[in-house]
Ligand binder design. Structure first.
Ligand SMILES: [Zn+2]
Ligand SMILES: [Zn+2]
Length: 199
């Protein structure tokens, strides 16, 4: 319910997996806010240090979004806290936790929307979801019929990527259209989700 409008708009306007797109946008938002808090608040830096920092993916994203001063400020606290306390570090990445909450909400809402015929038409015309999100959606389907429809729709959506891929074998980068160039990212994202894209 919470994400119905957002999902409608994203499915309509994006060629990529709508869930991956929204999670990626949220990641950027969370990390942008975090870099300010990290700079200003020693307590936040210490609690991130206690959490073992971030997972490898989010550490890479944080490093790219925050400037070197902010990165250094955070890492100084982390190293100091490690030297003082020598924690056996189990990483509990707060960014992963935030994104996982969003992902669950999006999956629940999208699975419910897909029971509506009008939304199914919209979804079938879109680029569809990545394979990881396809499995998660199929697990949430209340009917086998919907799970099968999702699988068949995915095949048609993947087949539609083929002409652009084939064109990219021979076109130079500048002769290709944006859609043709972006097909490589869209296909890789089908297999590995949003992590196919760097920031
Ligand atoms: Zn996805
Ligand atoms: Zn993470």
């Amino acid at each position: 319910m919470e994400y119905d409008d957002l999902l409608h708009r994203t499915v309509q306007s994006e060629a990529r997996c709508p869930l991956c797109v929204l999670m990626e946008d949220r990641e950027f938002e969370v990390i942008s806010q975090l870099q300010y808090t990290v700079t200003r608040d020693e307590a936040v830096r210490r609690s991130i240090a206690h959490e073992g920092g971030f997972c490898d993916f989010h550490f890479r994203q944080f490093r790219k979004i925050a400037n070197s001063e902010t990165n250094a400020i955070l890492l100084i606290t982390m190293v100091n806290e490690y030297v003082r306390h020598r924690w056996a570090t189990n990483i509990t990445c707060r960014i992963c936790a935030d994104i996982a909450r969003l992902e669950k909400g999006l999956l629940d809402d999208l699975a419910r929307l897909l029971h509506l015929v009008a939304f199914r038409h919209l979804f079938a015309e879109s680029g569809g979801v990545c394979l990881g999100h396809l499995s998660s959606l199929q697990e949430r389907c209340k009917s086998d019929e919907l799970a099968m429809w999702l699988g068949e729709t995915q095949i048609r959506q993947m087949e539609r990527l083929m002409p652009d891929l084939v064109a990219m074998r021979t076109l130079s980068y500048f002769d290709a259209t944006h859609s043709q160039r972006s097909c490589i990212v869209r296909v890789v994202e089908k297999y590995v989700g949003r992590k196919a894209l760097g920031l």
